[in-house]
Design a protein around this ligand. Structure first.
Ligand SMILES: Nc1nc2c(c(=O)[nH]1)N[C@H]1C(S)=C(S)[C@@H](COP(=O)(O)OP(=O)(O)OC[C@H]3O[C@@H](n4cnc5c(=O)[nH]c(N)nc54)[C@H](O)[C@@H]3O)O[C@H]1N2
Ligand SMILES: Nc1nc2c(c(=O)[nH]1)N[C@H]1C(S)=C(S)[C@@H](COP(=O)(O)OP(=O)(O)OC[C@H]3O[C@@H](n4cnc5c(=O)[nH]c(N)nc54)[C@H](O)[C@@H]3O)O[C@H]1N2
Ligand code: SF4
Ligand SMILES: [Mo]
Length: 665
């Protein structure tokens, strides 16, 4: 029998086809038309490993060994602790890799029935800056571009995004579009694999994107490339922005970007000679103390030129995880309540009536990046590995140890967080369960169950439902299957009708995705008070940690094609397809020469926060005084600092000053 499903790795969301013999890309699926990358192809293998977590386990203290427990005993212990804890001392740490149904049940339980808004997710470390910027500019968190727009654009500006490694199948579409004449600009301090296909690579100095886009905006204003009619009908703050730009010196902006006049001129020429322009970005903009402002400076460009809500145009925030978008729709961030509603009285009233509860708290909850510091009594972590992924790991480890009950829900037993949990519950991974996810261009798709669920494992939603029932909420949490949850969520979307997800049909989603929000695009609608988009004047405030004589290098961190973050699913003997090593440190030849380093040398990388061991890889592809270490180095965050963007609370992962030293053999 043939089953159609969807890949569970990245935000592209490729369709797959499975019969009992093999797993291949679905040729009829509009998103990937049959292609898959190495991760998608090997996804089934990853569920058959010895490192799966197959039983609930428990211990009283983190220095003891775990012993096998039962579901009944584990859930009872969790429910007892939840009943005793003040609700502000409870945290749910979720993930953009959860399915929409998992997210919905966890959010309903936390915010609706326990009464804590401390329900946040690893998306805080990922998409939060884009979410905040979308809301500030458009009035809602909305992505106005679709992947297939790439076929209709003339110029693609990729900024702080390495699609060749992180969104592989989308990258292949870019290559196809290039054959038709598409021009590509890559703005990245590294000459990445993506930069190899670029018509222009701008090796920008880390953290100076705002300067570059402000410079571009100034040129747009000075040479009158403005779409005046669009500004008149649909955009706020134009005069304000124009006046502000008069006062900032252009030479200073250019100098800070580290680019030459000639490089900027080439950028400007390409920009003004193309009609249809998409800009796409990922972590190079979002992960910064100025992540929101970096996003806004780029969105400004599209608003000034009216290059938005038109085929082949717009600002395209590329989502990383398979369902980071679905989580945002449900409301799985502590700064939102549900279905794009916040914590104002009217929203709380509507949501309370829908859920039939009076427990909703009117205050914004703790973000994932704040939870560890909040002296919580109970922390439930699901489908993510915060000890691995949060910045400043020594601090994370010190803080998590103070939490009396840490519950980890994971499908694998070898996370870094595992050493700090008291109870571990075995989740059913991709392939052993069913449910929906929204990819990076708002297409809702469905993962199907391809093989039997391991005996003692449960889908994540069911685990949250068991906790809810043990707390006495049997009526509100009586779902028999994911379809019932999805349909309740659909009904809830009617409260906020632009989320037209209620028009989807759960049954057919795995064959034909449903794209929400297309009417918004057609009607060119914004959701601010006067229904116009907002321009924002932002400046590079230079607030990241600075290099010094002691720490002269800036450390960049990021992805490689065949690895998925901590590697519980990809770094397995049977899936080892690595085209790159798991641990290496890219360094410019001039820096290597100065330090007498050769490729292959073992080095110690040190920051104010900690140190790790890595291996030298000399390459021209990186700027001088800059290093790159991949995320597949599980200890990477011993180095990174704790600085956050003050609005999105997203970490500044790419701006840590470090020094290196050769390890004596
Ligand atoms: N193979 C693979 N694919 C993945 C993932 C994975 O683990 N493995 N993870 C998924 C997830 S969750 C995410 S969020 C996405 C991330 O997708 P990407 O963001 O495309 O991946 P990164 O490797 O983090 O690339 C960020 C790029 O930004 C550059 N950069 C750093 N600082 C700056 C800066 O100040 N300005 C500019 N302009 N550029 C800068 C870096 O050099 C790097 O090339 O990938 C998704 N896809
Ligand atoms: N230095 C630095 N740090 C970063 C980043 C960076 O660029 N640089 N990027 C940040 C970003 S963008 C992200 S998204 C995060 C990613 O960081 P994490 O989310 O911590 O990374 P993963 O390894 O994807 O963790 C997913 C976990 O879910 C488990 N799992 C797999 N399937 C299932 C399932 O079905 N159910 C459950 N319950 N568990 C399952 C896996 O075993 C794994 O432990 O890292 C962030 N940290
Ligand atoms: S591009 Fe993303 S969704 Fe497609 S197969 Fe690769 S990991 Fe899966
Ligand atoms: Mo991410």
């Amino acid at each position: 029998m043939q089953v159609k499903s969807v890949c569970g790795y990245c935000g592209v969301g490729c369709g797959i086809q499975f019969d009992t013999q093999q797993l291949i890309g679905d040729i009829s699926y509009p998103i990937n038309e049959g292609s898959l990358c190495s991760k998608g192809v090997s996804e089934l293998v990853s569920i058959q490993t010895e490192t799966r977590l197959l039983r609930p386990v428990m211990r009283n203290h983190i220095h003891e060994a775990y012993t096998v427990s039962s579901w009944k005993e584990s859930i009872h212990k969790i429910a007892t602790a939840l009943k005793q804890a003040p609700k502000e001392k409870i945290g749910f740490y979720l993930s953009g890799q959860l399915l929409t149904e998992d997210y919905y049940v966890a959010n309903k339980l936390g915010k609706g029935f326990i009464g804590t808004n401390n329900v946040d997710s690893n998306s805080r470390t990922c998409m939060a800056s884009a979410v905040t910027a979308h809301s500030k500019a458009f009035g809602i968190d909305y992505v106005p571009v679709r992947m297939h727009d790439i076929k209709h654009t003339d110029l693609l500006i990729l900024v702080g995004a390495n699609t060749a490694e992180a969104h592989v199948v989308f990258h292949n579409q870019i290559i196809k579009a290039k054959k038709r004449g598409l021009k590509v600009i890559v703005i990245d301090p590294r000459f990445t694999t993506t930069a190899k296909i670029a018509d222009l690579h701008l090796p920008i100095k880390v953290g100076s994107d705002i300067d570059l886009f402000n410079l571009l905006a100034s040129h747009i204003i000075d040479e009158d490339l403005i779409d005046h009619a669009f500004i008149e009908s649909s955009v706020n703050n134009f005069t304000l922005l124009k006046n502000k730009f008069k006062r900032i010196p252009k030479t200073k902006m250019l100098k800070r970007t580290g680019l030459s006049k000639g490089q900027f001129q080439a950028f400007w020429e390409l920009f003004k000679s193309h009609e249809n322009i998409i800009s796409a970005w990922t972590m190079g903009l979002n992960q910064s103390t100025q992540g929101v402002d970096k996003n806004l400076s780029l969105i400004n460009i599209h608003l000034l030129t009216g290059k938005i809500f038109k085929r082949g145009n717009g600002p395209f925030s590329l989502t990383g995880q398979p369902n980071a978008m679905g989580g945002r729709e449900v409301g799985g961030l502590s700064t939102m309540l549900a279905v794009h509603y916040g914590f104002d009285k009217k929203s709380i009233k509507k949501v309370s009536e829908f859920w039939q509860t009076d427990k909703i708290n009117p205050n914004v909850g703790l973000t994932a990046t704040e939870m560890m510091r909040a002296n919580l009594d109970v922390l439930i972590i699901c489908h993510t590995d915060p000890v691995y992924h949060l910045p400043n790991r020594h601090q994370t480890e010190a803080l998590i140890q103070k939490i009396p009950l840490v519950v980890e829900i994971n499908a694998y037993d070898n996370s870094e967080t595992s050493d700090f949990a008291h109870i571990k519950l075995p989740a059913a991974p991709w392939g052993e369960k069913e449910g929906t996810q929204t990819n990076m261009d708002r297409a809702i798709t469905k993962q199907m169950k391809l093989t039997r669920t391991s005996i003692d494992c449960k889908p994540d939603w069911e685990i949250f439902q068991l906790i809810a029932q043990a707390l006495g909420h049997k009526k509100a949490f009586n779902f028999q299957n994911p379809q019932e949850i999805f349909e309740e969520f659909q009904a809830m979307c009617r409260l906020n009708p632009h989320l037209d997800i209620y028009n989807a049909n759960y049954k057919t989603l795995s064959e034909s995705p449903f794209v929400w929000g297309e009417a918004i695009r057609k009607e060119r609608k914004f959701f601010t008070k006067n229904q116009k988009a907002n321009l924002h004047f932002v400046e590079n405030r230079l607030i990241s940690e600075k290099t010094s004589l002691e720490y002269p290098f800036i450390l960049l961190t990021g992805r490689t094609r065949d690895q998925w973050h901590s590697g519980t699913k990809t770094n397995l003997p049977k899936t080892l397809l690595h085209h790159k090593k798991l641990n290496f440190c890219e360094i410019h030849p001039n820096d290597a020469k100065r330090l007498a380093l050769r490729t292959g040398d073992a080095i110690k990388i040190m920051s104010k926060q900690g140190e790790i061991i890595s291996e030298v890889l000399i390459t021209e592809s990186i700027r001088e005084k800059t290093l790159f270490v991949p995320l597949s180095h599980r200890k990477i965050n011993y180095l990174t600092n704790s600085l956050l963007d003050s609005e999105s609370m997203e970490p500044d992962y790419n701006h840590t000053p470090v020094r290196i030293e050769k390890v004596k053999p």
